[in-house]
Design a protein around this ligand. Sequence first.
Ligand code: GAR
Length: 194
Amino acid sequence: MKNIVILISGGGSNMAAIVRAAQQQNWDTGLGARVAAVISNKADAKGLELARAQGIATEVLDHKQFDSREGFDTALVALIDQYDPALVVLAGFMRILTPGFVEHYAGRLLNIHPSLLPAFTGLHTHQRAIDAGCKFAGASVHQVTAELDVGPILDQAVVPVLPGDTADTLAARVLTQEHVLYPRAIAQWLSSHP
Ligand code: GAR
């Protein structure tokens, strides 16, 4: 059985969509994979309750307890590796990862970013798409490499930018599609890594 470990920082709606897809599509028997743990850097991340309610192991590692990024990432690797992951999934995990962390999970670390990469890496993607006059926005699932939001793109979802959109209305439209995109991209990754 391949273990998936999901890292979150907040609402966890992408994590919930992945867990739902894993159940509904029987990833355990079909793809030989299961969501083994959900880990958050914030104890009050709403997604942790959702995961617990599904009987999934949860862990909290508070980055504020560490003096350095390296110290946090070293402890995070130790925690994640307790679950022997075939795949580590960043789902709204709002921490910049050190090169050492990224190297440790090279080839088995995915992220979802709320823009049509390579446009709008970093933060405030929806407002920046609106400000740039984009007619379409979306989300990208990509492999994580040392450079932020730049790794190979696995799949994307596109939504229109509508007249009168605010960052919030556009974010909500994109997020709905993220919930379809991310489980699809993970299932694709699992089937191509038997
Ligand atoms: C999602 O829109 C995700 O794409 C974004 O945070 C949100 C998390 O929502 N990620 C990033 O901005 C990463 N740089 P969720 O916690 O409900 O899944």
